[in-house]
Design a protein around this ligand. Structure first.
Ligand code: SF4
Ligand code: SF4
Length: 459
């Protein structure tokens, strides 16, 4: 039987764990095809690597097959993973829609690639977008609607958001369709009274960016008139998270930290400042991301190298955990798609009624060409561009446009950001360079390591 199997190419191995204290040491083996990690004796792994499965007893062999660390010898693993990803994407029960209800934003962030104008969705276009979402939602496969509000700055169109949400939410409630909504906001207008209205419309999860603390953030995220924003945003976050509704409604705020050689100097201070208010225990999480090019603006010129970022990220995560923040997915799990662009009915709507595959395309001059659009709400039923840039990702991933077909992380990554690969950039997430460290950190947490952190944080 064992001759019919091989060690999967989709595994990650850590260094030996405590070899100085263990005469028969183990490693962590992460089978990315199933997103499962387990300890394996190094001598057992050496045998597997050599194709010798004879030392395995039947139970161990069955476990390794179940984890897909061992797979049929004649299987084309890349083809199999892609087939499963395509099938899972086609079968999704969740309809995703991103609405960018305004082209306006108060900020002039140094790395932003958008061109803003004082234009909000008008009533007619709002209605057409909502009707378009209803029309997609009428397909029998969908059991849930997931709305993302994005901008420019979505809260510049706060009233439009409330009225569209009311229609979307009621429609779903009447049909027994689950509804959730998420907002990416700069946080400047994120006042308690506004938050409470948003929660009434089931917008409960928010992403707000803080690029370091105080003056450092204010070097990168200033208003168009050059005014500082850090203290205003932090005050808003504190006031909102102090409301009883924030906890009662299970709301969450993800603080996104965009990292380059400016903000990197203030990351520990930012964590300290957020920890000082006990935000880690209040549903606030932190997400570190490198600054990348946005529509050809070379915003990544001042970024860390991928390796520098990956190394530093582990230290930031450990520091933040010690300060009370939770990281639920230090090791990413199995995912069947890179992002929404591969979903047939997932659409991004801008203020003019254009329909895009990717939320980075609206308001960005580089992406004004028709090939970046799926269509327009007025005509999309008749004129639909299913070949809009990024929509063909499941074909493009087979080519040399990206190295994903030869990457052991494909089952947990899906190819990351198709837009970046198609622009000629390297899209790999940080875990391409630090997955082994993340596996070991996760293992340490499960063992109760990083003792200053409360036990509940052991992910
Ligand atoms: S292609 Fe990239 S930028 Fe566009 S939605 Fe996907 S991950 Fe986001
Ligand atoms: S984006 Fe990078 S890490 Fe992800 S599958 Fe492709 S090569 Fe691998």
């Amino acid at each position: 039987m064992t001759a019919n199997y091989k060690l999967s190419s989709y595994i990650v191995l850590t260094d030996l764990i405590n070899p100085e204290f263990d005469s028969d040491p183990s490693r962590l083996l992460y089978a990315t095809r199933t997103g499962k990690t387990f300890l394996i004796k190094d001598r057992v792994y050496s045998n597997l690597k050599a194709g010798d499965f004879t030392a395995l007893n039947t139970r161990h062999l069955a476990t390794l097959i179940d984890l897909e660390a061992i797979v049929p010898a004649d299987e084309d693993e890349f083809a199999e993973i892609l087939k499963r990803n395509v099938a899972a994407t086609a079968d999704t029960k969740i309809l995703s829609a991103t609405i960018q209800p305004t082209a306006n934003c108060q900020l002039g962030c140094t790395y932003c690639g958008q061109v803003h104008s004082k234009k909000n969705l008008d009533q007619a276009t709002s209605d057409k977008i909502v009707n378009r979402i209803f029309s997609n939602l009428a397909k029998p496969q969908y059991e849930r609607l997931a709305i993302q509000w994005f901008g420019a700055e979505p809260l510049m169109a706060y009233r439009e958001i409330l009225s569209m949400s009311e229609r979307l939410r009621s429609h779903c409630a009447e049909r027994g369709i689950r509804y959730s909504a998420h907002m990416i906001t700069n946080g400047l207008n994120f006042k308690p009274a506004i938050f409470l209205k948003l929660v009434e419309q089931q917008i409960k999860h928010f992403q707000i960016t803080l690029d370091g603390v105080g003056a450092t953030h204010d070097l990168m995220r200033i208003t168009k008139e050059g005014k500082k924003t850090f203290e205003i945003i932090v005050r808003n976050i504190l006031e909102v998270t102090s409301l009883p509704e924030f906890g009662a409604e299970k709301c969450g705020i993800a603080i996104r930290v965009n990292v380059n050689r400016t903000s990197v100097k203030a990351i520990y201070k930012l964590i300290d400042r957020l920890a000082q208010y006990g935000l880690g225990g209040k549903g606030v999480t932190i997400d570190f991301q490198p600054i990348v090019d946005w529509g050809g603006n070379n915003a990544d010129d001042y970024s860390l190298t991928k390796e520098e970022f990956a190394e530093a990220e582990i230290d930031w995560i450990m520091y933040a955990i010690r300060k009370g923040f939770k990281f639920s997915n230090i090791v990413p799990g199995r995912r069947t798609q890179p992002c929404m662009v591969v979903e047939k009915d997932a659409e991004v709507f801008d203020v003019s009624g254009n329909v895009f595959p990717c939320y980075e395309f609206p308001y960005t001059p580089k992406y004004e060409d028709a090939r970046y659009r799926i269509g327009h709400v007025d005509t999309i039923d008749a004129v639909r561009n299913d070949k809009a840039v990024t929509k063909q990702w499941y074909e493009e991933i087979k080519t040399d446009v990206a190295p994903c077909r030869k990457c052991n992380l494909l089952p947990i990554c899906g190819g990351a950001c198709p837009k970046q690969w198609l622009n000629g950039d390297v899209a790999c997430p940080s875990y391409k360079a630090n997955i082994e460290d993340k596996l070991l950190l996760n293992h340490l947490l499960k063992q109760g390591g990083l003792s200053e952190a409360p036990a509940a944080e052991a992910a």
